[in-house]
Design a protein around this ligand. Sequence first.
Ligand code: HEC
Length: 154
Amino acid sequence: MNKQLALMLAGGILSAGVLAAYAAEGKPEDTVKYRQSVYNIIGWNFKPMGAMAKGEMPFDAAAVARHAQYVEMMSKALPEGFAKGTGPDAVKNTEAKAEIWTKPAEFDTKLKDFQQEAAKLTEVAKGGDEKTIKAQIGKTAETCKACHKEFRKD
Ligand code: HEC
C-alpha cells in the first residue's frame, strides 16, 4: 500500500467518530451555550413542521422547505458542540447526560440518523408532495426522540 493511501485510510478511520474529531476549545460553558443555541434553532424551525405534520397547522410546502434547510444545516453544526470535557461533570447548566461521552459510538449513531433524516427532509420538501413531506417530518422527529430518550435529562 502506498504511504499516501495509508494516511488517507487512517484519516478516514479517525474522522469516523464525530465526537473524537473535536477537542474542547475555549471554556466548556461556551461550548454548552453553543450547542444549546444550535438546538434552539433546530427546535424553532422544527416546531411548525411538527404542527403541520399533526394537522394542527395548515400545510405550507414553502415554509417546510425553508425550515428544513435550517434544521439540516444545524444538524451538521452539532458535533463540535459536544467536545470532550463539556459534560455534566464539568458544567452545571446542561441537560446532556454523561453517557454521550462514555458511549460515543452510540451517540454518534443517533446523531448520524438525525443528520440523515434531516437531509432527506430537505430533499423531499423540494418535491412539494404533502404526504411524503409529512411522513418524513415524522421520521425526523423520531430521531430527536430517540436521542433525547437516551442522552438528554428530562
Ligand atoms: C444526537 C442527539 C440529539 C438529537 C438527534 C436531537 N437532540 Fe435535542 N438535545 C440533545 C441534547 C443532549 C440536549 C441537551 C443539550 C444541553 O443542555 O447541553 C438537547 C437539547 C434540545 C433542546 C433544548 C435546548 C436548550 O434550550 O437548552 C431542544 C429544543 C431540542 N434539543 C430539540 C431537538 C429537536 C427538535 C430535535 C430533532 C429535530 C433534536 N433536538 C434532536 C440531543 C439531541
